[in-house]
Design a protein around this ligand. Structure first.
Ligand SMILES: Cc1cc2nc3c(=O)[nH]c(=O)nc-3n(C[C@H](O)[C@H](O)[C@H](O)COP(=O)(O)OP(=O)(O)OC[C@H]3O[C@@H](n4cnc5c(N)ncnc54)[C@H](O)[C@@H]3O)c2cc1C
Length: 553
């Protein structure tokens, strides 16, 4: 009971504080661009846009829909879950899903994305993994990629998590024991500096020539003269503004960039006609939506004092965190992870497993179940009876799902939500892979090292799946179609490709096909989901683009 109240009080204080901060940041921000014409206008300050704008040479304007967001406070890694569904999150939701998200209200899965300076990198779990060279060969040759990653890592420091749980260690060694071809099972590497979240936000502050930045400004349209992009329209403080530039770079993310293009008349002809939007170029914008889908496998573990709420609030640990960045406050979510090939013939890994030394029931249902949009039934029958026990989570991630979704506008009005349809598990093969992943987790739990920490699967049926024999393949199919979660890695809606391919939106130099001076550089250009968490790959591509632009300029 004491823990419940402690959570409740801390979460309430945080919510009041972040609302107050948001109010003060917005009320006093009336800044507008000082010039009439820029060399570059960069839309979006996230993993890609933040890096591009802070490193481009020339007269650069960075336009960001989100607010500043306190550096001192929000960059404490353990705060991350509290930023979800806050004012610093776009709070997207999928449309009602037929084959998945069945444990969520309205069968809608929650899709957060950063609406803050530094974008989703301010809200993410800070995991940094370069991925595998076969993933980036589509976009850049291997040797150059290595150099670009090194440049990225000079911009944003990366190091092993400072917080390492005993359960995380057992997970790493257990996985190495079970006989599949496992790759890189290890403690997680994070974008951090002395245990603090490190994003372009810091570089932006430190650079004497930081780009001119307009916050709280939502770009709604690209202005074209024939097939040339010449500027953008944006809304700030309820007023529409126009600003002009020689090159327009969209880095508004997989949802944001596609939405701006569609509203500007760049998209599938038939869809734009239905919406009553004048067509500038017929391109498959919004198609090819892909996401790393996962499910929540909570494990009960024997003891977990090292990351309980009392441990996080321990004054000595708080002092140590601010002194040397150690302890539970530096936990970005995951402390261990790795990859696995189901067959030796697989070119890149098929699955990734991310370990979190916490579980959904750990906060007594005060925050996380609301974030994830859980139906009351799921909470009341499955998780609530477990509160007060110790948990850890393993997220099995399908790295190359076959299911493809899309984005569609709901109307001509930019403020109306975009319709996100990931079509999770439409491809039956994705279910097969997920069930294999669950069987692997079951093998892992049987390893001696996992037994030592008392790991055990929750021994009861998920609400909605009670009619299936517990632990049968049919039961697990039902489970993953109910407890469907995103790893928050949507990509692909402005697919990069060759000029003669119909699916191409963006050419290999990031230019939008058939349109001059318009570029898209962010997660939306990835043609396929990478074999790792995408921030590193997206940053590497942003670095490539920046170098190419600086050479031309
Ligand atoms: C909760 C969460 C956890 C994640 N964990 C990890 C992780 O641990 N490791 C990892 O590698 N990846 C992780 N990811 C994914 C990763 O953060 C994203 O793939 C990556 O940040 C995307 O970069 P981006 O530049 O494409 O878009 P973003 O970083 O999302 O940037 C887009 C920016 O554009 C702005 N914008 C959007 N629309 C407009 C508009 N109309 N006008 C003006 N500005 C606009 C947004 O506010 C935002 O700042 C996570 C994502 C989330 C949400």
């Amino acid at each position: 009971m004491f823990n419940y109240f402690l959570y409740f009080i801390l979460i309430t204080i945080f919510k009041i504080f972040s609302e107050f901060l948001f109010f003060t940041e917005n009320s006093f921000d009336s800044s507008l661009p000082v010039e009439d014409n820029y060399d570059f206008i960069v839309v979006g300050s996230g993993s890609s846009g933040g890096l591009i704008a802070t490193n481009l040479k020339g007269k650069v304007l960075l336009i960001e829909a989100g607010a500043y967001g306190s550096g001192v406070f929000f960059n404490i890694p353990i705060i991350q879950p509290l930023l979800l569904r806050s004012k610093y999150d776009w709070k997207h939701e999928t449309i009602s899903q037929e084959n998945s998200c069945k444990a969520m209200n309205g069968n809608k899965c929650f899709w957060p994305a950063g609406k803050i300076l530094s974008g989703s990198h301010r809200l993410n779990n800070m995991i940094y993994h370069r991925g595998f060279k076969e993933d980036y060969e589509n976009y850049v040759n291997g040797n150059l990629a290595e150099k670009l990653f090194e440049e990225v890592e000079k911009n944003i420091p990366v190091s092993e998590t400072n917080f390492k749980s005993k359960a995380g260690e057992a997970f790493i060694y257990g996985m190495k024991e079970i006989g599949f071809e496992v790759l890189d099972f290890n403690f997680t590497n994070l974008t951090q500096f002395y245990g603090k979240r490190y994003t372009q936000f810091y570089n932006w502050h430190r650079k004497t020539s930081a780009p001119e930045t307009i916050l709280n400004a939502q770009v709604t349209k690209i202005i074209f003269k024939n097939k040339n992009a010449i500027g953008i329209e944006f809304i700030k403080n309820d007023k529409i503004h126009k600003i002009f530039g020689k090159k327009i770079i969209l880095s508004a993310g997989t949802i944001g960039s596609a939405k701006i293009l569609l509203h500007s008349g760049v998209g599938p002809k038939k869809h734009l006609e239905e919406m009553g939007i004048e067509i500038i170029e017929n391109l498959p914008v919004g198609e090819n939506l892909q996401d790393h889908v996962t499910t929540n496998i909570d494990l009960m573990v024997a003891q977990k004092s090292e990351n309980s709420i009392l441990d996080v609030c321990n004054p000595w640990k708080i002092i140590k965190y601010f002194w040397n960045g150690s302890g539970p406050m530096s936990l970005g979510g995951s402390d261990a992870m790795g990859f696995l090939k189901l067959q030796n013939s697989s070119i890149t890994p098929d699955l990734s497993f991310i370990f979190l030394p916490v579980g959904i029931a750990d906060d007594f249902g005060i925050h996380l179940r609301k974030v994830l949009n859980f139906k009351d039934d799921l909470w009341e029958k499955f998780y609530k009876p477990l509160t007060g026990q110790s948990f850890a989570t393993i997220l099995p991630i399908i790295l190359h799902p076959k299911s493809r979704g899309n984005l569609r506008l709901s109307s001509k009005n930019f403020n109306d939500p975009i319709l996100i349809d990931p079509k999770y598990y439409e491809a039956k093969n994705d279910i097969k892979i997920m069930i294999k992943a669950i069987r692997i987790i079951q093998k892992l739990i049987e390893t001696s090292i996992m037994k030592e920490i008392g790991a055990e699967l929750i021994p009861k049926s998920l609400p909605g799946c009670e009619n299936f024999k517990f632990n049968s393949d049919d039961y697990w199919e039902c489970y993953v179609r109910h407890l469907t979660l995103t790893m928050y890695h949507p990509v692909g809606t402005c697919k990069m490709g060759n000029y003669d391919e119909n699916s191409t939106v963006v050419l290999k130099n990031f230019q939008v096909k058939n349109l001059e001076n318009l570029f898209v550089v962010d997660g939306s250009v990835l043609s396929n989901s990478p074999s790792a968490n995408p921030h590193a790959l997206i940053s590497m591509l942003a670095m490539k683009f920046t170098n190419e632009m600086n050479k031309e300029h």
